[in-house]
Ligand binder design. Structure first.
Ligand SMILES: Cc1cc2nc3c(=O)[nH]c(=O)nc-3n(C[C@H](O)[C@H](O)[C@H](O)COP(=O)(O)O)c2cc1C
Length: 386
């Protein structure tokens, strides 16, 4: 009896028509380095191209706002107007030029918008920010008029016409990133932003067809998926990021994530990107301890129970852990975030750790040739010392 070979995180994988050279992904990470009108800068070029040269199979941009009010901060970049398409195309181009598949994430920040950059406090903006930086706050919207955190401004409950408009904005942003040359799309349905605010019963207290039952709370997420798919070619994959649990009493549950993930299959979504939390700041003691791979069980459960492909993320730092996640069939992709900030060459280095010095042949030759020679020199010197 023949058995299927055990997959490796370093193996290529094709989803729809896109061939990923390996299964290591750079998770979307906002840089707060855009211009006030939401244009990327040289920092984004450097940031993203370094990860592509560092050996990742897929590099996602940070969350791109689908409208100016869909940003978190004045430093966020976006895909809400046609002038943004050319600079976004430059980002897709440098990622592809350095060997990775270029991916773009789109988002509406909802009630978590209009905040300061993290290092300015990460609090809702006020008149003080106008005085200090000329950056004014804006009115936020959410599923219901409930603030993200105690003391935060109360968002306006988004109206039916605005919901329709936001779906058009998700579709238009998708069309722009497609035109820019990105080959994977990530819809941000996690971390307390607009889509997540519809999913969680803690933030959604609507009494129309978008609130109440699970079917109603899922409606907006599925409509966003449809809107994006209507502009995204059938040979390119869509990832959908979810907070698989709110990790707060009475919040969104893993069972609900499983139900939504099953529904995704009929709405053009290919990969469930399994994150968690972020509805507001933590209001109860953390149920799930933040330890390496703490969100992997969500990816595993979704994959097992729905047959959807999944991406695992969260404190994955050891190559052996990334390898085991894929080899054990717990996820199809492994994403890294902060570890990439620490070491942008983590994927290429993981290949050497897992496969030995011959993996330097997969590095850009200007680095790999020298490092392979160095590894031989070091081996000789170590043997002499023993
Ligand atoms: C600087 C920074 C910016 C982030 N921005 C985003 C973002 O734009 N979109 C998103 O979905 N997650 C964002 N995240 C979350 C990461 O994608 C990732 O899920 C999280 O950092 C956990 O993975 P890690 O432990 O490997 O860092 C951000 C994280 C960091 C550290």
């Amino acid at each position: 009896m023949s058995t299927a070979p055990t997959p490796s995180v370093l193996d290529p994988l094709t989803v729809r028509g896109v061939a990923f050279p390996n299964r290591i992904v750079i998770s979307p990470m906002q840089q707060y380095a855009g211009t006030p009108d939401g244009m990327p800068t040289d920092w984004h070029v450097r940031h993203l191209s370094t990860y592509a040269a560092g050996g990742a199979g897929l590099v996602f941009t940070e969350a791109l706002g689908i409208c100016p009010e869909g940003r978190l901060t004045w430093g966020d970049i976006g895909a809400w107007n046609d002038q943004q398409t050319a600079p976004l195309a430059r980002l897709a181009e440098v990622i592809a030029a350095h060997g990775a598949v270029p991916g773009a994430q789109i988002n509406h920040a909802g009630r978590k918008g209009s905040v300061q950059r993290p290092w300015h406090g990460f609090e809702p903006m006020s008149q003080a920010d106008v005085a200090l930086r000329g950056e004014h706050p804006w009115e936020t919207v959410s599923a219901s008029a409930l603030p993200a955190n105690p003391g935060w401004p109360t968002p306006r409950a988004i109206g039916r016409d605005e919901i329709r408009r936001s779906l058009e904005q998700f579709a238009a942003a998708t069309a722009r990133v497609r035109k820019a040359g990105f080959q994977a799309l990530n819809i941000h349905g996690a971390h307390g932003y607009l889509i997540h605010s519809f999913l969680s019963p803690l933030s959604n207290q609507r009494d129309d067809e978008y609130g109440g039952s699970l079917e109603n709370r899922m409606r907006y997420a599925l409509e966003v998926a449809d809107a994006a798919r209507s502009e995204w070619p059938s040979d390119l994959p869509i990832f959908f990021r979810l907070s698989c649990i709110d990790d707060v009493d009475g919040g969104w549950t893993l069972d609900e994530t499983v139900t939504l993930s099953r529904a995704f299959a009929d709405h053009g979504v290919d990969v469930v990107d399994c994150s968690s939390g972020g509805l507001g700041r933590r209001t109860t003691t953390a149920v799930v301890r933040r330890e390496p791979g703490y969100q992997v069980p969500y990816a595993e459960r979704v994959r097992r129970d729905t047959g959807m492909r999944t991406m695992a993320v969260g404190l994955i730092r050891e190559p052996a852990l990334a390898e085991a996640i894929v080899a054990d069939g717990r996820a199809d992709f492994v994403a890294i975030g902060r570890e990439a900030l620490f070491n942008p060459h983590w994927p290429a280095q993981a290949a050497v750790t897992l496969r030995g010095p011959d993996a330097f042949d997969g590095w850009p030759p200007a680095y790999g040739w020298w490092l392979k020679v160095r590894s031989r020199t070091l081996a000789v010197s170590q043997a002499a010392a023993e």
